[in-house]
Design a protein around this ligand. Sequence first.
Ligand code: SF4
Length: 356
Amino acid sequence: MLQRTSTPIRVGDVVVGGNAPITVQSMTKTDTRDVEATVAQIERLTRAGCEIVRSAVPDMEAANALASIRARISIPIIADIHFDHRLALASIDAGVDGLRLNPGNIRRRTHLQKVVAMAKERQIPIRVGVNGGSMPADYRAGELEPERMVALAMEQIGMLEDMDFGLIKVSLKSSDVLTTIEAYRLIADRIPYPLHLGVTEAGPPSTGGIRNALGIGILLHMGIGDTIRVSISGDPLLEVDNGREILRSLGLAQSGPQLISCPTCGRTTLDVPGLATRLSEYLRDIRIPLRIAVMGCTVNGPGECRSADIGIAGGVDKVMMYRGGTFLRSIPTEQAFEALTQEIASLAAAGSNHVE
Ligand code: SF4
């Protein structure tokens, strides 16, 4: 996989771009003015593997709340601002690590200059982003959507560059997968800045996860992209889970377990979906590379289990457990979850013991 090389920026203590690992982001869905709820959600996201979080700043109360939120979380936070430069200034003052702001949304140049000067002084990056759905309908009417998105993004980027500001990150999101891919592809060679990938307004988990996996996954496989946010109408935890799985599937994740489970069929002798769901929850806090297989029978089970660090394959009233690629023991089916989690805990305690 080729990797487009971008000029790295720092979002707090996280490097985005250059040779840095691709990061997973999400956005809080709480009212930012509600500090307790927002901090609680960010803590959940952090445990799930979120590396950068963004929060909407609709008014001054929300901007002011960012200081309390920032003081209580352990990952960088980005303030999402539209139209009002005073919210950007207050957010920077509150200690945010980045801004999501389109310069064209700030009417007066003097106001934008104030924001840019303060961001430069604090070394805070600004993400410039075009969302297909919010482009003016008459903007370059007649041109194709990806070209229109790129042109608008270049205008926004130019406004920051004119003010000698280069801590820029760029996104070009559409709800249409092919438009998103084409827009990022078109801009990739034209700017040196890190690219934040995502398919926006992608729907509930059933469709949002798939559209984002396709859009983000294809772009990453083309070597384009430095940080990702899966957009889902639902729990933001799912955005992080999906984002991490996209990276894992492409061999780009730095760590974390991979759960393999069979689709089940008429041969299945244990509750594979139930076990897989419980295990997914359990594995949230595990950070070492680990491959776990949950297989419903002995047809494909032993093969998958032998290539996993820990695996079980269903038998009659019992499951066969494998560890490190070899058969370990048989256990009663109803004890499968406890036995699996005991083995996983012991591997996690010992550090990585990954079967390659
Ligand atoms: S592993 Fe066995 S139970 Fe699972 S889908 Fe394959 S054949 Fe069916």
